[in-house]
Design a protein around this ligand. Structure first.
Ligand SMILES: Nc1nc2c(ncn2[C@@H]2O[C@H](COP(=O)(O)OP(=O)(O)OP(=O)(O)O)[C@@H](O)[C@H]2O)c(=O)[nH]1
Ligand SMILES: [Mg+2]
Length: 470
């Protein structure tokens, strides 16, 4: 018995779990799924016999314990296989939301023959019964965890199968491609090259373009899913913490005119344009003999390294800091978006700082904002500027495919490597046999995303990140 059969065999047990969050609520939903779900529920149910219920109907009744004592009055909804989330017979009991009632209902179900579900087991079954592919199952976890409109949108598109559809299409074309190559192999004795190699090269180029384009969406996709990391960096006393507070509208960070007020990194989130931004305020950068401050500065630099967008705050009254800070910050900003903020223009003109900035090689597309954190209108202008540079410009309509998952990105990258090896072999006139081998590898990587090819370890990693009851 291999792993997959083993999983399917185990999957035959009927499982139960509370699907709503722990604690008291108006209602709590207990899910039961498995071939015996209706029988299990029937053993602790007073009302219309579940076996006689039509799929997708709801019924009022009572959950009763082994002695026939009522535990709760509930609404039972039945979903018959295969038209259920898991693809198996499923019953959902909407109970009263007391933690005690939830626990008792679960105990009674367990006594009636159900087993407590493990993390993500309902969704795992949906995958194993073919209700969804692996990329869709992962989208379920993402949608459950979505923290912004944009994150929810990309997860929903993935759940609906937009990504899966593109992968299926790629897979079909790979199959066709390999078939053409095999045709050539079959007739190789007769010394004919069938598949026109130019045509094959063209096909390979098309697929290359598509896989590369998909892989390239990961930078935005990842930022949308996890939130865009921004670091507020600069010299001490420039007004970084003041800006964090102003942007988030919260008094989160301590502000003072003492240089080196912020010792540690401070993280806050902000939603703009439907996208979650993760702002990190950092300890001001300066030479210091203080060991603790030096540790804080190390953290500042790490926050800059992790950021996608760096807000370099410069005090307009301290233009002398520009050169030193440029040496520290600019090399770290390669490939990132840099937003330079000349702050405190209520105290001094921005000219001196601007002149110094003009002598630097700032990354392309660097935006410079002159402002005073003391003026509400300036803060508003900064917020708009942050939105403009930080929010990924992805049109989030119904069929937009954005790769949001590192596992998928990795698989696409490997698929692309194998495809490029195959293309090179094709161009070099290498025997079709070897080209086909590379192409099969491309298929395997694509298949690992949708789960046509997968291992128990991969499945475990994925579903272990789910909550119980999902
Ligand atoms: N006049 C004026 N003062 C400002 C402005 N922005 C910040 N300040 C003041 O500048 C001082 C330093 O501000 P902070 O926000 O603590 O500066 P910081 O960059 O976080 O400093 P460190 O944490 O020490 O690195 C405080 O007294 C602020 O009130 C501004 O635009 N105009
Ligand atoms: Mg500070």
């Amino acid at each position: 018995m291999n792993d997959k059969e083993n999983i399917i065999r185990r999957a035959e047990a009927t499982i139960a779990a509370v699907a709503t969050p722990a604690g008291t609520g108006g209602i709590a939903v207990v899910r039961v799924s498995g071939a015996d779900a209706l029988d299990v529920v029937a053993r602790c149910w007073r009302g219309l016999p579940p076996a006689s219920m039509t799929s997708h109907t709801a019924h009022l009744g009572e959950v009763v314990d082994g002695d026939g004592n009522a535990v709760d009055q509930v609404v039972l909804t039945v979903f018959r296989a295969p038209r259920s989330y898991t693809g198996e017979d499923t019953v959902e009991l909407s109970c009263h939301g007391s933690p005690w009632v939830q626990r008792r209902v679960l105990e009674v179900l367990t006594a009636a023959g159900a087993r407590q579900a493990t993390r993500g087991e309902f969704t795992r079954r949906a995958f194993l019964t073919g209700r969804m592919d692996l990329s869709q199952a992962e989208a379920v976890a993402d949608l459950t965890a979505a923290e912004s409109a944009a994150a929810a949108r990309v997860a929903l598109n993935q759940l609906r199968g937009a990504f899966a559809g593109r992968l299926r299409d790629l897979h079909d074309r790979l199959v066709h491609f390999v078939a053409l190559l095999e045709l050539e192999l079959d007739f190789s004795e007769e010394d004919v090259t069938f598949a026109d190699r130019d045509r094959l090269l063209q096909l390979a180029d098309e697929m290359d373009g598509e896989i590369a384009a998909l892989a390239a969406t990961f930078a935005d996709g990842n930022a949308i899913r996890r939130g865009v990391p921004l670091a507020i960096a600069g010299a001490t006393n420039a007004g970084k913490s003041t800006l964090l507070n102003a942007l988030t509208g919260d008094d989160r960070a301590i502000v003072s005119d003492v240089h080196g007020t912020t010792r540690d990194t401070i993280e806050e989130t902000l939603t703009v344009g439907g996208t979650l931004l993760r702002l990190t305020d950092t300890a001001g950068l300066r030479d210091t003999a203080d060991a603790v401050e030096a540790l804080g500065i190390e953290r500042s630099l790490r926050a800059v390294d992790r950021a996608r967008v760096v807000l370099w705050v410069i005090d307009a009254t301290a233009p002398a800091t520009v050169a030193d800070l440029a040496t520290v910050l600019l090399p770290r900003c390669a490939g990132k978006t840099l937003l330079v903020i000349i702050n405190k223009t209520d105290l001094a003109a921005a000219d001196a700082v601007r002149e110094r900035l003009a002598t630097l090689a700032l990354p392309e597309g660097t935006v410079v904002v002159e402002m005073s954190a003391r003026r509400e209108a300036d803060v508003e202008r900064l917020r708009r500027e942050v939105e403009r540079v930080a929010v990924p410009r992805v049109a989030l309509d119904a069929d937009t495919v954005v790769v949001t998952n590192a596992r998928h990105h990795e698989a696409l990258t490997r698929a692309l490597e194998a495809l490029r090896r195959g293309r090179k072999a094709l161009r070099d006139g290498v025997s079709a046999e070897f080209v086909a081998q590379d192409l099969r590898e491309v298929m395997a990587h694509i298949g690992s995303i949708t789960g046509t090819i997968t291992t128990d370890a991969v499945l475990h990693d994925i579903f272990d990140n789910f909550c119980i009851g999902k």
